[in-house]
Design a protein around this ligand. Structure first.
Ligand code: NDP
Length: 346
């Protein structure tokens, strides 16, 4: 059985969803009430692969909302309680979706193995970042040429280059895709220099200087809501892959030749018959999902019950190959610009 741990995109959405599911007492509560609300297993689902392989899964809402990010103890409790529930339900492999994997890493939850009388077994969990990184690389390779960008002659900026997903993307782009120049963007200098050294190349630039130079910009950082981008300085054509969370780039950039693609999203070959992705505002919620969620499904399909993506900057090209092949074999394809709602220039 696979599991997905997720959360609503805002406190307002979470309250609406709770009302819809009949949890009125929680829905009406303020943020303090929500901080102490337990996780809920809200949905069971069966998924059948193109070859007829059937797996079962469950969606757990952690009852975390992004408004809790500043409340360290509440955020930590939400993630650990949801993981405990997944384990108690006997789920073999559970993906940490949305902000939950970032909270796990950034708040160093590895040291909190014991929750009440449960000892968390890390091998039952995955961040899903390997599949996310592979999907974003494929989205870049498929969609850049479709809008006239020749990757061999192009500059690609990775914003969040030193992160878990960003560093994997940089490795793939420099060793597999082969782009003319890789531009590395993040705030801290030391990890940037270490990455540059590991890659044996890549130019380090600040965000403002990188944007006007890049034919493709891959966003794999959670950017502040206040971030403003001067669209008139972007190249034409320019492909922007919005791989961060929340996905809010389409509201920040516009202009001729600027194409925004939601990054790290896959589409299953068939309708799944679940409700959970309506929460995440997918265009086709019966088929589309975050690649990190799909990773748990893939590991279940492949009978690979292990914490496949775990820790920071451990994603190898071999692991990306493995999960990428499993993705294609089990009926997933990447979200591309030729979907009608994505095709229009932003
Ligand atoms: P990490 O925390 O490992 O990395 C974040 C990276 O972003 C670091 O390089 C960090 O470097 C950089 N960064 C953060 N803030 C800024 C800023 N203001 N300007 C420039 N760089 C910045 O995160 P992950 O790699 O695990 O995840 C990256 C993003 O992908 C997250 O937003 C996450 O929510 C999202 N994600 C999306 C998925 C999907 O859509 N399917 C699945 C999983 C994750 P520094 O601190 O030095 O600036």
């Amino acid at each position: 059985m696979f599991g997905l741990i997720g959360h609503s995109t805002s406190f307002k959405d979470a309250r609406l969803k709770a009302m819809e599911l009949g949890y009125d007492h929680i829905a009406e509560g303020d943020l303090d009430v929500w901080c102490s609300a337990p996780p809920q297993l809200v949905e069971h689902v069966k998924v059948v692969s193109p070859s007829g392989n059937t797996i079962e899964g469950a969606y757990i809402d952690s009852c975390f909302v992004p408004e809790m990010l500043g409340r360290f103890k509440a955020a930590r409790r939400k993630v650990l309680n949801a993981m405990e529930l997944a384990q108690k339900k006997g789920i073999n492999i559970t993906a940490l979706g949305g902000f939950t994997s970032i909270i796990f890493e950034n708040f160093n939850l590895l040291q909190h193995k014991n929750i009440r009388n449960t000892t968390l077994e890390w091998e039952r969990f995955t961040t899903g970042n390997t599949h996310t990184a592979w999907v974003i690389c494929r989205q870049l390779e498929i969609n850049a040429p479709s809008i006239g960008i020749d990757l061999k002659k192009s500059r690609v900026a990775v914003v969040g280059a030193t992160g878990d997903i960003g560093s994997a993307i940089c490795r793939w782009l420099s060793r597999r895709t082969g782009v003319a120049e890789l531009i590395l963007v993040a705030r801290q200098e030391k990890p940037l220099l270490e990455l540059q050294n590991e890659l044996g190349g890549g130019r380090i630039l600040g965000l403002k200087d990188a944007l006007p130079e890049a034919d493709v910009v891959v966003w794999v950082a959670s950017m502040p809501r206040t971030l403003e981008i001067d669209s008139s300085k972007l190249r034409n054509p320019c492909l922007m892959i919005d791989g961060g969370y929340p996905k809010n780039l389409d509201g920040k950039v516009s202009g001729e030749g600027v194409h925004v693609l939601k990054g790290g999203i896959v589409e299953f070959f068939n309708d799944i018959g679940w409700n959970m992705m309506a929460l995440a505002e997918m265009e086709k919620p019966q088929r589309q999902m975050f690649a990190c969620f799909a990773e748990a499904m893939l590991l279940e399909f492949e009978n690979c019950h292990t914490n496949f993506s775990w820790g920071r900057n451990n994603i190898t090209l071999e692991k990306m190959d493995f999960i990428g092949e499993a993705s294609v074999r089990n009926g997933f394809k990447t979200l591309n610009l030729n979907n009608p709602y994505q095709a229009a220039a932003a």
